[in-house]
Design a protein around this ligand. Sequence first.
Ligand code: GLN
Length: 566
Amino acid sequence: MWLKCLPRLHRGELNRAPRVAASGHPWNNQFSDGLMKYIFITGGVVSSLGKGLTSAALGALLEQRGLKVRLQKFDPYLNVDPGTMSPFQHGEVYVLNDGAETDLDLGHYERFTSGDLTRQNNLTSGQVYETVLGKERRGDYLGATVQVIPHVTDVIKERIYAGSSGDVDVLITELGGTIGDIEGLPFLEAMRQFALEVGRDDVLFLHCTLLPYLKAAGELKTKPSQQSVAKLREIGIQPHILVCRTEQPMTNEMRKKLSLFCNVPVKAVIEEMDVETSIYELPLALKAEDIDDLVVAHLKVDAPDNDMKVWHDVVRRLKAPSHKVEIGVVGKYIELQDAYKSVYESITHAGIANDTNVRVIRIDAEDIEEDPAKHLASLNGILIPGGFGDRGTEGKILAAKFARENNIPYFGLCLGMQIAVVEFARHVAGLEDANSTEFDPKTQNPVIDIMEDQKDLTTKGGNMRLGACPCELAADSFSIHAYGEKNIMERHRHRYEFNNTYLDQLKEAGLRIGGVNPERQLVEIIEIPEHPWYVGVQFHPEFQSKPNAAHPLFANFIASALKYKK
Ligand code: GLN
């Protein structure tokens, strides 16, 4: 199965280190065997510091040193999960194999490391309170007054212990939000207690902060960082490493100052400058600051250094591509940086795989309704990502039509596949009013619809098909050529499906079914065989692509864009 064949970032490139040396502190290890190590990552001064990327990059560095790393995210907001949050608010919802709808930082974790993530690895305050209140209603607290300490903090600590179960040496837990947020306090308190329980030698606190640059003064300022570390220390947490985001290089003076005021050794004041071209430079940038040496020394882990060849290769290929293509992404949340995060990352990976610089042109679906050719004619490929609601659908249908008629490689993801089916039904199969019932519940030709067996569920709670599902690929399809195998697993997140009532009619009109769910006979992939490369998938392949292991469909899409470039 392709899913199982994803090359691990460190495959064959390291001698597996002995797990970890026991810490041996006399009053240590009351609860831990001293083998398991924990890193907590917090953020200060401002949000959007790239804490998730820093966590993921640190995970990558430790994995390269032979450690089994797992990353998880604690989000202090009260939503139970981000599944119901708008992309405008929260960016992409990242879906795991087990169907969990999670924070997009879990996407970074999966792209930078090879550890498998599950719904256990994203905890929100909403889930914590749901658990506590459930226990309270069941009477589990035996009449006690239910309080933030210990009941809420206990639930959080249980999740830290649970996160370290199984085959893992280091658990990295990132706390969302910024120090000083009210919602974050129970999480910090739980982390403080946790460090006391398992022994301080087994726990490392890393604080990410910002050094603002004042143009008028011509200098970087350390005061906000000092204050955010002071806030952490007020709670009882002394960070061991300070990662400073900065636009300008730090002077030695500044490192000394931060060291003195934040009570962190000078060498543990790490500079994290904006990377030049790509986020995939970050592991190497942090390595240049010896952050991994600091971590293994603090945690007393016996893990040999590594030359990071995998990451050097990724960066080298990214920086000096031989070819160039332009891909249009036609969507609804085009102006938002984070709404299609995994899609853009997967395109970058496919560029790396094809030695190609892919310039992504973001196109608002509503803008092309008047004159599609104006926006689309010069593109080498068109991609329509997933989405909900009917805004911009007519523009997307025009984009799918333009790609089909002008032999421009087309890749439709989830909604992008449904759009392709509607377009084909209308303009090739002659079903003029064909539509998805999501956009027109009264359409006479619902080529995309909610399946009968789901209808009941959908009216009750809006159930979606979520998580990894099997798919069997058709012989001689674009897809089977891309994957190189017949049975694959891909992740889903949608309510509507290809309506099999129209299967024969659309097939007769020339649509190829590239893949089917063998359990429920659901159409998972549609293709147009006469076209150079026209593929729509009901799933989200963007959740399974890595910088050094591009997803086969993305890789093939970019390869065709290159091949048919005019
Ligand atoms: N809105 C469509 C559905 O629910 C597609 C969802 C998506 O693209 N993720 O089926």
